[in-house]
Design a protein around this ligand. Structure first.
Ligand SMILES: CC(C)(COP(=O)(O)OP(=O)(O)OC[C@H]1O[C@@H](n2cnc3c(N)ncnc32)[C@H](O)[C@@H]1OP(=O)(O)O)[C@@H](O)C(=O)NCCC(=O)NCCS
Length: 252
C-alpha cells in the first residue's frame, strides 16, 4: 500500500437532495440490495437472509458458507460469516479466503462502488463491528491479516483504505467524512457532508477508543495510544497519543 498517497481533494455531497424524489420502496431496495436492484431481488434477498441469519453454531456457519458463496459473487468459499450478521448490498461485498466475520457485525455496502467493502485474506472482524461504505460512492478496503476489535465503527464515504497486519482495538471511530457546517444560516443537518478519505498503512496498532478524522494518512509501523483523537497525518515509524494526538516516540 502506498501510504504517501495524499487523500483525494475534498468532495461535497448532499444525499437527501440527490435522492429526494425516490419512493420509500425504491429507497428501501437501494439501501438493502443495491441501486438498480428489482423487487424480485429484494424478495430473494430477504428470504435468503431470513433463513440463514439466525441459525446458531457450526450448522449455521456451514449453511451460510454454502448459500452465501452460491448467491454472492465475491464471497470466497473459505470465508466464514457468523450469526445475525447484517449484509446490505452483499453483491458489493468481497470476502477473501480465511476472512472471519464474528456474530452481529454490520456490513453496509450501500454505494455505487462495485467493491464497496473488501476484506482481504485472513482478516477478522470481532462482534458488533459496523462498516458502512457510505453513499453515494464510498468504499472501505481492509488488507490481509488485519483485525478489527469489538464495537469499532468504520465509514468509508471519501474512501477508507486499511493496510496489511493492522490491529484496530475495540470502540474506535474512523470516519472518512465530516458534516459541512460553514453556512451559519442553515441547520448543519441540511448542509450535506464533505469527504476526503483516510489511509492507514501496514503494521499499524490503533489502541482502544481512538478517533481518526477525515483526510488523515497514517504511515507504516505506527502505534496510536488508547483514546487518542488523530486530527493530523502521522508519519511512518512513530508512536502518537493524546487528544489531539502528538508524537511521543519514534521507533527508528
Ligand atoms: C501508546 C502506548 C503503546 C505507549 O506505551 P509506552 O511506549 O509504554 O509509552 P509510555 O507509557 O512510556 O508513555 C510515554 C508518554 O506518552 C504518554 N501516553 C502514553 N499513552 C498515552 C495515551 N494513550 N494517551 C495520552 N498519553 C499517553 C505517557 O503519559 C507518557 O507521557 P510523559 O512522558 O509525559 O509521562 C500505550 O500507552 C497505549 O496507549 N497502548 C494502547 C493500549 C490499548 O488500547 N489496548 C487495547 C487492546 S489492543
Amino acid at each position: 500500500m502506498n501510504t504517501e498517497q495524499k487523500p483525494e481533494a475534498q468532495k461535497h455531497y448532499n444525499i437527501s437532495k440527490e435522492y429526494s424524489v425516490e419512493s420509500a420502496l425504491r429507497r428501501y431496495i437501494r439501501l438493502t440490495v443495491g441501486e438498480n436492484a428489482s423487487l424480485f431481488s429484494l424478495i430473494w434477498h430477504e428470504l435468503l437472509l431470513g433463513f440463514c441469519l439466525y441459525i446458531p453454531g457450526l450448522p449455521g456457519l456451514a449453511i451460510r458458507n454454502l448459500l452465501y458463496t452460491i448467491c454472492f459473487p465475491h464471497f470466497h468459499r473459505k470465508a466464514y460469516v457468523g450469526r445475525q450478521v447484517t449484509l446490505r448490498c452483499p453483491r458489493q461485498i468481497c470476502l477473501d479466503s480465511g476472512v472471519i466475520i464474528d456474530d452481529e457485525v454490520q456490513l453496509i455496502a450501500t454505494s455505487r462502488h462495485p467493491h464497496a467493502i473488501s476484506i482481504n485474506k485472513d482478516s477478522f472482524l470481532r462482534s458488533h463491528v459496523m462498516i458502512n461504505a457510505g453513499s453515494p460512492e464510498g468504499f472501505v478496503s481492509i488488507g490481509e491479516r488485519t483485525g478489527i476489535g469489538q464495537g469499532t465503527i468504520l465509514y468509508g464515504n471519501g474512501g477508507l483504505r486499511i493496510g496489511n497486519d493492522v490491529l484496530i482495538a475495540g470502540h474506535c471511530f474512523i470516519v472518512a467524512s465530516s458534516h459541512a457546517y460553514e453556512q451559519t444560516y442553515m441547520p448543519i443537518n441540511q448542509q450535506g457532508y464533505t469527504a476526503q478519505g483516510i489511509t492507514i498503512g501496514n503494521n499499524v496498532w490503533i489502541g482502544a477508543g481512538v478517533t481518526i478524522l477525515d483526510g488523515i494518512s497514517i504511515g507504516d509501523n505506527v502505534i496510536i495510544g488508547a483514546n487518542s483523537v488523530v486530527n493530523k497525518s502521522v508519519e511512518a515509524n512513530s508512536t502518537v497519543a493524546g487528544s489531539p494526538a502528538r508524537q511521543i516516540k519514534r521507533t527508528t
